[in-house]
Design a protein around this ligand. Structure first.
Ligand SMILES: Cc1ncc(COP(=O)(O)O)c(C=O)c1O
Length: 447
């Protein structure tokens, strides 16, 4: 028996899968029904692979979730990140109730539009003004179009392992497998069938200054933008090495290229002003989604006036029927006011609790002889079953992903929902009780 299967048999994972299947019968039956008429039985492809099968939920409150079979969970998926205030927070509920009765969308102007843009420009360092859309995928496209228009250049540079939505132009070299890396080397790799090739981006390795310098030396005059997740949350929560974001800031300025931080995850999560406040590096443009809507569909482009002027004047087309709808903006206003209150006081608690949770999980796994490290911290961290600290996407290919899925399935059986890729999201609703319940669940999984 391999080391990893010996460990996973210690989680009693096969017994747990059987037990979960019986106590989550309602979910199983719904999954079978959904698959008849809903492609893959899920609404977003990534949810299809959830083990032992996708669960159906009926209620979320604060840090907790209930499935249709009345099983209760402490939740660290948080809807894949948006629920920075937890499930159904009262202040967001109140705002939604009030606006629900006043109309769902106007396709025209209303006060919440400037009330929220005023809040955003106070909170985000690079924001002289903002523009709204509905999803992270859309807003990244607006940012790239703006960069192309401003620089009159076509290409952009991205980093392997970074996710910027599912559009053909950016879903490239996201999670190439070892096999694909052998086949394509350092060339861009599409993620799925049917993607247009178009103008391929330049793809660099995260934290690799030399690689970026070489690309600029060869193609600098063609590069409209460099886009990155300032903390690489989608591939192992890999932090920028000290000075790396400053280096990107400097080289983009030298070449007249725009620097875009994709803060769809880090925005309003690491700090009230996102990663740019947390790391102290100000990009030209930044994109937000997830936490800014606290669970409602809203995305935001923020930038310096000289760039945003191209949208203001209509030179760069930015459109969308539901852009800036009152329900999403009512939720955003309530959430942003809560997050900004008392100079962002909620963040110190989230960081303290999240770090204690991360350390508690890691020390327990380590005491059980499971090779483990953690990256990130506080409001978003990653548990990786490997021994080396990662610096690039390729470094996390070493992690024992199958063993982590077994761990996550075992935690589910013990009443804790985890994203099965190793990411943990915290909200302001997570408290000492949630933390203690979670660590006790880890103890039971490992006993
Ligand atoms: C960093 C980043 N950018 C963009 C996106 C795309 O956002 P959406 O799923 O709202 O289209 C995501 C989604 O996970 C993301 O994590």
């Amino acid at each position: 028996m391999s080391n990893s299967s010996a460990i996973s048999s210690r989680f009693h994972v096969s017994e747990r899968r059987v037990r979960l299947s019986s106590k989550a019968q309602g979910s199983w039956l719904r999954g079978v029904r959904a698959q008849r008429t809903l492609a893959g039985g899920v609404s977003s492809g990534l949810r299809r692979s959830a083990q032992p099968f996708p669960l159906y939920f009926k209620k979320g409150r604060g840090a907790r979730l209930w499935d249709v079979d009345d099983n209760e969970y402490v939740d660290y998926m948080l809807g894949w990140g948006p629920l920075i205030l937890g499930h159904a927070p009262q202040q967001v509920n109140r705002a939604l109730n009030e606006h629900l009765l006043l109309g769902h969308t106007f396709g025209a102007q209303h006060d919440l539009e400037f009330e929220v843009s005023e809040l955003l420009t106070q909170m985000i360092p690079c924001a002289d003004s903002v523009a709204y859309a509905n999803s992270g995928t859309e807003i990244v496209q607006v940012a790239l179009r703006l960069a192309r228009a401003f620089t009159s250049r076509e290409r952009y540079l991205k980093f392997e392992g970074h996710y910027h939505g599912w559009d053909d132009s950016v879903l490239i070299s996201y999670h190439p497998t070892e096999e694909e890396l052998r086949q394509f080397g350092d060339n861009p790799v599409s993620a799925g069938a049917g993607q247009r090739s178009g103008v391929a981006p330049l793809v660099a390795q995260w934290n690799d200054r030399k690689g970026v310098e070489q690309m600029f030396a060869q193609h600098g005059e063609e590069i409209a933008a460099v886009i990155c997740e300032p903390l690489l949350c989608n591939s192992g929560c890999i932090a920028p090495e000290p000075g790396f974001l400053e280096f990107l800031r400097d080289i983009t300025r030298r070449y007249g290229t725009l620097l875009i931080f994709d803060e769809v995850i880090t925005g309003f999560r690491l700090a009230p002003g996102g990663a740019q406040q947390y790391y102290g590096v100000t990009p030209d443009l930044a994109t937000y989604a997830k936490a800014v809507g606290a669970g409602l569909p809203l995305s935001v482009l923020a930038g310096r006036a000289e760039y945003m002027e191209m949208i203001a004047s209509g030179k760069v087309v930015h459109a969308g029927t539901l852009n800036g709808n009152p329900l999403a903006l009512a939720a955003a206003k309530a959430a942003l006011e809560t997050l900004a209150a008392d100079n962002g006081a909620v963040y110190s608690r989230m960081w303290e609790l999240g770090n204690r949770l991360r350390d508690g999980v890691v020390s327990r796994l380590r005491e059980s002889q499971i090779p483990v490290i953690a990256t990130g911290g506080g409001p978003v961290f990653q548990v990786l079953l490997q021994t080396e600290m990662p610096h690039t996407y390729r470094d996390i290919l070493l992690a024992d992903k199958a063993l982590y899925v077994d761990f996550a399935v075992s935690m589910l059986d013990e009443g804790v929902t985890l994203l099965q890729d190793g990411r943990w999201y915290l909200s302001t609703a997570h408290d000492e009780q949630a933390l203690q319940d979670t660590l006790r669940a880890v103890d039971r999984v490992l006993c």
